[in-house]
Design a protein around this ligand. Structure first.
Ligand SMILES: [Fe+2]
Length: 297
């Protein structure tokens, strides 16, 4: 992997995943009870650490990222700022919305390789990898406490393992980039199965977090979960064909998520979905769409 590729991939990974990690921490924090104040505090510290890293990365990324990345809406969407403002009011949690405004102003451009930029990125990567390891451990501990009935939280156990798997994916990808080993075609297909599974689980979470009176939306979410189950089941037979199937399905599902998010932001849908979670799942679909489009070219 040359310097150019190393910088581009590092910036792309951080811009997408640091925000994902900081939001996971907020979702964890918001779902603990008052009696578990210690856990709330640990989650908040993770949120602040990832916010700090993301802040630095946004500064370094300006003029050094592709137009394709910015246009994918995986870093930030037109609704992120509003979703954050509403979430801040509803949960009382800390959210640095200035990062979002800076992200919305990011400019694309060719990577300008300098020793200074290489060093700064390498320092940030080396600082992020152990932080992600700690977050994986934190999520794993929470999951074990929930599964052994020692802890109550309003997050589903599947959601906790889901966000732990995303942290493991980030850790894996960032470690690979930092050691400058390029990805093989097979690994790209592994990523594709991973994100199809994530999409299936999103459909299941949406179904379970909607108010029981939202019959039609529940049925639609269920239909998406089934479609993704089929894709995952058939995957090994014909990966090339399934890249197109995943892409078509995920574009439709992303549009469903956007409509859902706007319904939640406008208070038109009854649910227990945190507004920022609704935006978060849209960005993950956008990220997957960009991966699929790159596999296809
Ligand atoms: Fe996530």
């Amino acid at each position: 992997m040359n310097n150019n590729e190393y910088i581009r991939l590092s910036l792309e990974l951080h811009l997408f995943f640091d925000r994902i990690m900081k939001e996971h921490s907020l979702f964890l924090e918001a779902a603990f009870l008052e009696k578990d104040a210690k856990l709330k505090q640990v989650a908040q510290e993770f949120q602040k650490s990832f916010s700090n890293i993301l802040n630095k990365i946004v500064y370094l990324a300006n003029g050094n990222v592709t137009n394709q990345l910015l246009a994918s809406n995986e870093i930030v969407t037109k609704n992120t700022y509003l979703a954050e403002s509403q979430t801040r009011k509803l949960t009382g949690g800390f959210i640095d919305v200035d990062i979002t405004l800076n992200e919305l102003n990011l400019k694309s451009g060719r990577v300008k390789v300098t020793n200074e930029l290489l060093n700064e990125i390498s320092t940030i990567n080396k600082q992020t990898i152990p932080l992600v390891e700690n977050l994986i451990k934190f999520k794993n501990d929470i999951l074990n406490s929930v599964l052994s009935c020692k802890l109550y939280t309003t997050n589903y156990p599947l959601l906790i393992s889901h966000i732990m798997n995303e942290a493991k994916m980030y850790h894996n990808l960032l470690s690979r980039v930092e050691s400058r080993s390029p990805f093989t075609k097979n690994e790209l297909y592994e990523q594709e199965i991973f994100w199809n599974t994530i999409m299936k689980e999103h459909a299941e979470f949406i179904r379970g977090l909607l108010d029981p009176s939202e019959h039609n939306l529940i049925l639609t979410a269920d239909k998406y979960a089934d479609e993704y189950k089929k894709i995952i089941r058939n995957y090994r037979n014909n990966p090339t064909y399934l890249t197109n199937a995943s892409l078509n399905e995920t574009i439709k599902f992303r549009d469903f998520k956007v409509t859902g998010e706007e319904g939640i932001l406008n208070c038109k849908i009854k649910s227990i979905i945190i507004p920022l979670l609704a935006d978060h799942v849209v960005r993950e679909a956008n990220h997957f769409i960009r991966i699929l489009e790159n596999i296809n070219t």
